[in-house]
Design a binder for this molecule. Structure first.
Ligand code: CAA
Length: 290
């Protein structure tokens, strides 16, 4: 019988792989989560589902703290190779919580670095994160979706940066990430009008790596990709993610140099020997993740 491990405080437990996804909670990561659910649907895959349905998963601080906690737990867990973040069919997230924000002063916002934690914990995540977007992904929801390393969505997803309608602008990286992803012309139009765009458009414009017919297919597709990534050497995956992300920050020459340094560095890993030897011997590599 195929099985996979979940970590518990007492160690690891083998769980039959045939159990439905919801029946496989991630024990050690779920002390008392209230606004997210956390599970391991496939070997090597962590799944975080935003679960604040009454507010369409609006991103308020308690949810952010839980999301950061879950991401950190998966980051530290050697059995996890990639994480999927998703929401509900109706909403990935309808934005930062407007009711939490509306009475904040400049001192509250600037002085206390309001919403900075959202970008901080994603930067601190070295393992790949796939965001699976269904329903509304507006404002901070769109920004959270774009913080992932790979964005998948369903056709009917509704993206947008509507902050201009509230008298502000995107505050979790939207003006930067959207512009890098789809170019200045479209990003400027979307940020200044606050207009929504569909999942199908997100894929056409290069924001989404794949678009799916249905929400269920989107989440399953993200989990399948996460499982594939988790089946490779963790060391090589970490370096590959770093190399691609550097392309967003460095000039071309510095980017090449950084990539080559990482490439050369991998010749010091056991997995480079394991991978190339397995190819030469026509065998399947058994990664050591070292
Ligand atoms: N903050 C707080 N509460 C929100 C919310 C948000 N961003 N989005 C939805 N909700 C709440 C609604 O207030 C409502 O709560 P009540 O039942 O208590 O009234 C509940 O979720 C359901 O919402 P609606 O009744 O509005 O649902 P709908 O289906 O009619 O409309 C919607 C859905 C079009 C997404 C609409 O809710 C909406 O426009 N939401 C706000 C979207 C938005 O402006 N997001 C950007 C926020 S600012 C931001 O994110 C800043 C940043 O960059 C960091």
């Amino acid at each position: 019988m195929s099985a996979f491990r979940i970590s518990t405080r007492a160690g690891y437990t083998l769980i039959p792989a045939s159990l439905p996804r919801v029946a496989r909670p991630y024990s050690s990561a779920a002390p008392s989560f209230e606004h997210i659910t956390v599970s391991t649907p496939k070997p090597g895959v962590g799944l975080i589902t935003l679960n604040r349905p009454k507010a369409l998963n609006a991103l308020f601080t308690p949810l952010g703290l839980e999301l950061g906690d879950a991401l950190r737990r998966f980051e530290k867990d050697d059995s996890i190779g990639a994480t999927v973040i998703t929401g509900s069919e109706k909403a990935f997230a309808a934005g930062a919580d407007i009711k939490e924000m509306k009475d904040k002063s400049f001192a509250d916002a600037y002085g206390r670095d309001f919403i900075q934690m959202w970008t901080d914990f994603v930067h601190a995540t070295k393992k790949p994160v796939i965001t699976a977007v269904n329903g509304y992904a507006l404002g901070g929801g769109c920004e959270l979706a774009m913080m992932g390393d790979i964005l998948y969505c369903s056709k009917g997803a509704r993206f947008g940066q509507p902050e201009i309608k509230l008298g502000v602008l995107p505050g979790m990286g939207g003006s930067q990430r959207l512009t890098r992803a789809i170019g200045k012309a479209k990003a400027m139009e979307l940020v200044l009008t606050g207009d929504n765009f569909t999942g199908a458009q997100a894929e056409q414009w290069g924001l989404a790596a794949k678009v799916f017919e249905t929400p269920a297919e989107c989440v399953d597709g993200a989990i399948a990709t996460a499982e594939k990534i988790a089946s490779y050497s963790r060391i090589a995956v970490k370096a590959a993610k770093e190399a691609v992300n550097k392309s967003q920050e460095l000039g071309l020459r510095d980017g090449y140099d950084h990539e080559r340094t990482l490439f050369h560095g991998l010749f010091g890993s056991k997995d480079q020997k394991i991978g190339m030897t397995a190819f030469a011997n026509k065998e399947k590599p058994q990664w050591s993740h070292e």
